[in-house]
Design a protein around this ligand. Sequence first.
Ligand code: V4E
Length: 227
Amino acid sequence: MSFQMSVEVERKFLCNADTLKTLEEIGAVCVGQQQIHDQYFDTPQFDLTLRNMWLRKRKGCWELKCPPAAVSGTEEKGGEQSGAAAMCTCYKEITSLPEIQLRVTEVIRNLCENRDTETGFSYQDESWLSKMNLVCFAEFTTVRQSFNLEEEGVKIDLDQADFGYHVGEVEMVIPEGGDVQAALERIDRTAGKLGLTGDQRVEGKMSVYLKKNHPEHYTKLLSVHVL
Ligand code: V4E
């Protein structure tokens, strides 16, 4: 069975007192505000996140984010990145629960061959979590204001997390196999319009959350260059 997947290309940025004004000046249109509650899951040994796999439940739906196998110019770690790609992340987003269970099972089964990790659980049945030894390791709520910049076809989110971190992101979601380079260029042009400077990637919410709440987990992820 094959599933339609999408790829999210994004650049995070730090918000300041002028961000809202700048968005208005460049013609970004506010398309709404929402509250998002996220729960992230992993084994107690961090088998998923150490492989840069992020399993979460958001608004009752399961999502798995992982690096695309090989997307030219966007290698997450180790690849020679330059220009726009160096400031961005690129993740495949999987939202089909059977596909998520399959991917997670592949990792867990390789680690523990005797474990019963059959897929085929219904959406309501969450026993697959305990069967795969998955527990919630991070839980937080974000207030998100979203904007569209039509001339670039990008979305801009301003996130205020309940643990005190305020971060923005310029993002484009494209179909798997779509033109990542074109997305990077649109994001880079948008960053220019927003006056974003700096050549260091800005931390995501998870990085700040783990540093504060689970420093041991944070240090392990840093050591394998996932964060
Ligand atoms: C991919 C990832 C994580 C999952 C959460 O991704 P993120 O885009 O940070 O969260 P959010 O709430 O904005 O998701 P969206 O609504 O856009 O789907 S947690 C850590 N990572 C890896 C990662 C990384 N290595 N570097 C940066 C800058 N971000 C994320």
